[in-house]
Design a protein around this ligand. Structure first.
Ligand SMILES: [Zn+2]
Length: 170
């Protein structure tokens, strides 16, 4: 699986292209559809799906334009345990509330698309509507328990890091 990080918009949100052979998944096209589509075109691959880690505007705003220009299908109503397949790689959906009620991570082989759950030195805000500090704590405990230490976290903002390198508390 190849992973390309594209930084978009004023909040410097990470949009990711995950591709394997001739299949591609777009995670969090949050702004700047033109830039994202340009990067997609460079790969020569037609994306199959668009997924959002949560519904905040800086993670979803280019959904429609990327959908219209590439024909990728937006997957909505993600569910815990559900599987998204990119050629022969499976991504498992983990429901990870705390930043919002509808926050999800996508777990691949030794990597995690983390959205706004974990950042290298902390975690996503819990003071916005639907946020909960107690749920964030539970989510982080779960991730630390279930993910191997070398798992690379691709966050919604900032550089990737391993869960072992995570410097936040909880
Ligand atoms: Zn957010």
């Amino acid at each position: 699986m190849k992973i390309k990080r594209i930084v978009v918009g004023m909040l410097e949100t990470n949009c990711y292209l995950l591709y394997n052979g001739e299949e591609m998944l777009v995670v969090d096209p949050g702004a700047d559809a033109k830039k994202i589509i340009g990067e997609i075109e460079k790969t020569g691959i037609k994306p199959k799906y668009i997924v959002n880690t949560h519904g905040h505007p800086d993670h979803v705003m280019a959904n429609r334009e990327v959908e219209e220009r590439t024909g990728a299908k937006i997957i909505e109503n993600l569910q815990e345990g559900e599987k998204i397949t990119v050629r022969d790689s499976d991504l498992r959906i983990m429901h990870t509330p705390g930043h919002t009620k509808d926050s999800f991570c996508l777990k691949g082989e030794l990597f995690l698309m983390g959205g706004d759950v974990l950042f290298v030195d902390g975690h996503g805000r819990t003071d916005l509507p639907g946020g909960s500090d107690a749920e964030m704590k539970e989510t982080i405990h779960r991730l630390k328990k279930e993910l191997p230490k070398e798992t690379l976290i691709y966050p919604g903002h900032g550089e990737p890091f391993t869960i072992d390198e995570w410097k936040g508390d909880y």
